[in-house]
Every structure is written in structure tokens, then in C-alpha cells.
Design a protein around this ligand. Structure first.
Ligand SMILES: NC(=O)c1ccc[n+]([C@@H]2O[C@H](COP(=O)([O-])OP(=O)(O)OC[C@H]3O[C@@H](n4cnc5c(N)ncnc54)[C@H](OP(=O)(O)O)[C@@H]3O)[C@@H](O)[C@H]2O)c1
Length: 280
């Protein structure tokens, strides 16, 4: 009651029940643990990125198929990361254009290295072995070999002659194998080296009407520059395997392992749908 007889609200401090106190303590602890782990995770990621950057800076990187698509974007990404590059392809003019593009590119700090180009056809094993010699002659050693070059093909099993399968295997499999084998001894000697194999989702799963390999056009897939950034980070962080794919292709890859029956049912349905579209 106030001096004038009015009612004055009183602050009543009710003591918390033991259960309430326990709840308060639990939520504070949880919050503390959560923010602590987020902080530790953030710091860990930061350190990982910094280590990745240091790993890529001044590294000697060989990129096959650098004249277009993903190889060209990888060249730009690794150039920006400060690596010394050996750019490979069959088209010398396009490699020279890329060199000019890289030297004109702004960078902070600017990449100080003189990059090299080596021209060879991956489907010619003798040329591949000679090219490996040329690469080692101009850069002395290779830190990172990115086997990116490849050809794609679309066709049914019945429509595809064996020569096509052979050509795809020569370029996409035996060529990179020969190049890797030719460079590997120098890596083993230095007890250091990193080999990257770029493939397709269809290197992991078979999809109807793509008998020899893949034909996902770049229009349908992720942008080459985006994939190149993912490759750069995966190499920097020394990841063993990275799957860069949209939701459905990624789901298909996991289904193939975890639930093959469902995967094959879905692929059969897709094959029937594609055949219907093809016939109409
Ligand atoms: N594009 C996609 O959607 C996609 C999806 C999944 C995986 N991938 C993979 O990513 C890699 C690059 O694909 P991309 O789309 O960037 O291809 P791309 O634009 O067609 O470029 C292919 C590169 O490979 C080189 N190449 C082809 N045949 C060669 C040969 N016999 N000898 C030496 N070099 C040869 C070409 O160089 P020259 O022209 O100078 O010969 C070119 O630089 C491939 O391994 C592919 O399987 C691509």
C-alpha cells in the first residue's frame, strides 16, 4: 500500500524450483557447447583453407585438356592460387591463347611463374610418354597432376561400334594411365606428389542410352568455373574423393550402393521413358 493508500505492485522474487534451475543450467551449458563447437569448427575450416592456399602456392601443376571447358577453368583457378602450370592439350594455338589470357589476368598478388605448354594426343601412348619427358624437362618436378582431358559420347549399346568404345578408353583411360605411370617415378623419388582424376557421375553409375560414357552437356551440369573452384579446394584440402553433382545424380550414386534394387528399378523406368521419347 502507498502513502496515499494506493496499491503499489511489489516486485516479488520467486525463487526458482530446483527443476527450473537444472533446466537453466542445461540450456546455458548446451548454448555454451554449441557456440564453442561452432567456433572450433570455424577455426578448423579457416586453418584448413590457409593450409590449402599454402599447398597450392608455387606448386607445379600439370593440367591435361587445358584448352577448353573444365581444364581451362582449372588453369585459371590454379593460376589465381599462385601455382606454376604446365598446360596440355592437342591444340597449341588455344594453349597460347590461354597463356595470354592468364598473363593478362589481374591477381593479388600477381602469379610470378612462367607457365609452360605441352602438346600431345592422349590416345597415342608413345606421344604421352614423350610428353611426360618434356614436362619433367621444363619443370623438373610435378607436384600435382590433374588428369582432366577426356572425350564424351552418347549412344546406345547397339548403335555404338567397338571402335568408339576403344577410342573413349584410349583417351579417357589408357592415356591418363600412361601419363601417370610416366610421371609417378619422379614423384616417388621426391616422396611427394598428388594425382587427380576427373571423371563423370557416369564413371560411377551406368545410365540408359549412354553406352560408352557420358553426354551430360555443360548446359545441364554445373558451370565449369564453379566445378574448377571445387577442384581447387578439393586439391588444396587433399580430399580423397569429391562428388560434384546435382541432387538427383548424387542420389542415384548413393542409391546404387545403398539400395541397388531401387536404383535399377528407377533406371529401367528411365530407359522405358527415353525409348518412348526416341521412338515417337
Ligand atoms: N562437361 C560435363 O558436363 C562433364 C561432366 C562430368 C565430367 N566431366 C569430365 O570433365 C573433363 C573435362 O570435360 P569438359 O566438359 O571440360 O570437356 P571439353 O570442354 O570437351 O574439353 C576436353 C579437353 O580434353 C582435351 N582432349 C580431348 N581429347 C584429347 C586427346 N586425345 N588428347 C589430348 N587432349 C584431349 C581437349 O583438348 P584439345 O581440344 O586441345 O585436344 C580439351 O581441352 C572430362 O574428363 C569429362 O569426362 C565433364
Amino acid at each position: 500500500m502507498g502513502p496515499g493508500g494506493e496499491i503499489v505492485p511489489r516486485l516479488v522474487r520467486r525463487s526458482r524450483s530446483p527443476r527450473g534451475k537444472l533446466m537453466d543450467l542445461a540450456s546455458t551449458t548446451l548454448l555454451f557447447l554449441l557456440s564453442g563447437s561452432l567456433g572450433v569448427f570455424g577455426l578448423f575450416r579457416l586453418l584448413q583453407r590457409m593450409r590449402g592456399k599454402a599447398y597450392l602456392k608455387d606448386a607445379v601443376v600439370v593440367i591435361t585438356g587445358a584448352t577448353s571447358g573444365l581444364g581451362k577453368e582449372c588453369a585459371k583457378a590454379f593460376h589465381a592460387a599462385g601455382s606454376k602450370l604446365v598446360l596440355c592439350g592437342r591444340n597449341g594455338e588455344r594453349l597460347q591463347d590461354l597463356l595470354r589470357e592468364l598473363s593478362a589476368a589481374a591477381g593479388h598478388p600477381k602469379n610470378p611463374h612462367k607457365h609452360h605448354t605441352v602438346i600431345f594426343d592422349l590416345s597415342d601412348i608413345k606421344a604421352v610418354v614423350n610428353a611426360a619427358g618434356e614436362i619433367l624437362k621444363c619443370v623438373d618436378h610435378v607436384d600435382i597432376l590433374i588428369n582432366n582431358a577426356g572425350i564424351s559420347y552418347r549412344g546406345t549399346i547397339l548403335d555404338t561400334v567397338v571402335e568408339v568404345d576403344r577410342k573413349v578408353m584410349e583417351t579417357n583411360y589408357f592415356g591418363p594411365i600412361a601419363l601417370t605411370k610416366a610421371i609417378l617415378p619422379s614423384m616417388i623419388k621426391r616422396r611427394q606428389g598428388h594425382i587427380v582424376a576427373i571423371s563423370s557421375v557416369q564413371g560411377k553409375i551406368g545410365i540408359p542410352f549412354r553406352s560408352a560414357l557420358m553426354d551430360k552437356t555443360t548446359r545441364e551440369g554445373a558451370a565449369a568455373a564453379e566445378v574448377a573452384q571445387a577442384v581447387l579446394h578439393a586439391v588444396g584440402e587433399k580430399k580423397k574423393e569429391v562428388l560434384i553433382a546435382g541432387f538427383l545424380p548424387a542420389l542415384a550414386v548413393y542409391l546404387r550402393t545403398l539400395c541397388p534394387r531401387l536404383f535399377f528399378t528407377a533406371m529401367a523406368a528411365r530407359a522405358r521413358k527415353e525409348k518412348k521419347a526416341k521412338d515417337s
